[in-house]
Design a protein around this ligand. Sequence first.
Ligand code: FAD
Length: 651
Amino acid sequence: MLASVFLCALAATLAVAQNATYDYVIAGAGTAGMLLAVVLSENPDITVCVLEAGGDGRTDTNITVPERRGTIQDTMYDWQFMTSPQPGLYPNGTEGAQPVPRGKVIGGTSAMNWMIHNTDSRVQLDIWESVLNLTGWNWDTLSTAFRESETMYAPATNESQFFKYDPAYHGSSGPIQSIFQRSVLSLFPQYLEPTLLNAGYSIPPDRNDGYAVGAGFLPLAIDPHNYTRSYSGSAYTAVQGRPNLHVLTDARVTGIDWASTSSNITAAGLRYVSDAAISNITQHVVGREVIISAGCIQSSQILELSGVGDPAILNPLGIQTVVNLTNVGEGLRDPPMMNYLPISFGVNTTFTGGEYIQNFIELESARNMLSPADYTAASEWLNSTTHIEGVRDAQLAVFKELWFAEQPLIEMAWQFAVQNVTPYNLIPLSQGNVHINSSDPLAAPVINPNYNRINATINGTEVEWDMWFLAKAAQTYETRLATNSPMNSIITSTDPQYDLPWDQYYEAVYQRTGTSEHLTGGNPMLPLEDGGVVDTQLKVYGTQNVYVVDGSIFPYQPSAHPMGLTYAVAVRAARLMQQSRGGGGLTFTEQLPGSNSSANATAVFPTQPGSLTPSVGTPAPAAYTGGAPGVMCASGSATLAAMLLALAFLA
Ligand SMILES: Cc1cc2nc3c(=O)[nH]c(=O)nc-3n(C[C@H](O)[C@H](O)[C@H](O)COP(=O)(O)OP(=O)(O)OC[C@H]3O[C@@H](n4cnc5c(N)ncnc54)[C@H](O)[C@@H]3O)c2cc1C
């Protein structure tokens, strides 16, 4: 370990001593940052250096074996944050504070997460451009970027009688591999699907087509060749020999080095310390462009530590304001989920098949998830509301548009090989912030998603909106399953009891609800006057060359799980940056059938998707065997000779 820390230090020292300058230096080798580096460095003329605070877990089977997902939480691969107390949630002995697991390792949270890999609806992403004025950011450009990130393998057989996989809506040559699960629990085709149809829900063929509403299986980011997690860490493994891509681990970025803080505020690079704390010497990496990809908890921390933020926060901490940008750290959201104890069903039958994860995910509109009376009452409140304290008007406008366009606002996640379902309020109106409260760069920021703090008046009664909507949807859905055929013939009990009086049902949902672990926002891409931190080039307002690329830039909560959109943002950011440098021949074209894309692109997607048929069986260990030919400072993986060789291009 000492040797690797020394080598990291030497690499940086040499780079500085030789007056070397990377084209891009990136803080964070996470979901977005690592994929961004992989795509940017496709162009051999572009040099990229990534600084990652965590280590290299690419051979650790707790990361690579899908069945072990979740086991790296509360380990050295997890930042192990907590939110501040949350008065909108059930106190539960912690004043409502929620754990915030985040990956601290190459791949970031994509090394830790549950690998669900879906896309948003066309309407939802088109709103970015049409309502939020984000020119060039729409479903066409983002779904193109998503497909560029993905290689999708067709399922061996259709997993239900309804599901029809359509290769036109999936990528076929991207670095993130995705599949459908190998074995389906008989609950789904025999009981749940017919019940959902009888209850009036739909089971569309393939929800990557831009029409996301309905029930069915979603892809998982798993490489079928060896049945291992496919994530931005494995994307790096595939290209780690590139001499123009350097990744330094155990390198904790403590701030931006500025070349100029006067009229043209220009970054010179990043400074960092060893995260292993063996050495607290500050080191520096020089770059022409600086990209912050530290995720929605720490990207704003790095900006604030560097003097980009609200002077009211920075001044008391003795941090000189470089860019007065009060929006930094604002707009953090975490959709509330009934995750502590989902809805469960007792049944009088035994199901067959299935495996560790089922991933049957239902995405529904408000109209489909509320009784007609509740939907009408809630719609009346929304219609009559023009401003909500704590919610930006543009965000309220988007929410209304999604509500009335019957876009997905509630998810019902059947994720386990047991009969329970987790309700999830996809797009909460409540939002909070994340800010530093110390100038110590190693101190955790204060994380306040501010759950369940918006009040609404429904039928003359004041309710807490996010929890009301979640509980109403949960009770309606549970009731429909318990009373429709054929589920009603096998259900012996429900928990919570589906026909509890409303107050008791609400209390049950309230007590079981907390984080969905899907935090986004904090550095939204929006016009400055609407609360933006970055513009449509992802450049931080007021700076010449500082960018943010990760889930913190989402201007609005996506209704799909956020990983897919995070990858899409990374790919699109890479393409924009390549194009701004003259393109290097790398441009992209929208090729979806019926597309009305405004993108100007030419990249070709192979006409056939991956053809490998995944086999059912015991998962194989990771294929990666280590021995990085590029510069790696992970424990014992680099040699001085390799590093010096790789650094030669920097001079
Ligand atoms: C338990 C869990 C399950 C989830 N399941 C799913 C799922 O199934 N599907 C889905 O779509 N989404 C899921 N998510 C959410 C999704 O994984 C995240 O939204 C997404 O990965 C975030 O990507 P990011 O690039 O914004 O941040 P991250 O991936 O967290 O990347 C940030 C990186 O920056 C590094 N970093 C931070 N600070 C510094 C610093 N100062 N210096 C250097 N490096 C630094 C971090 O170590 C990390 O590597 C899940 C999340 C969790 C926690």
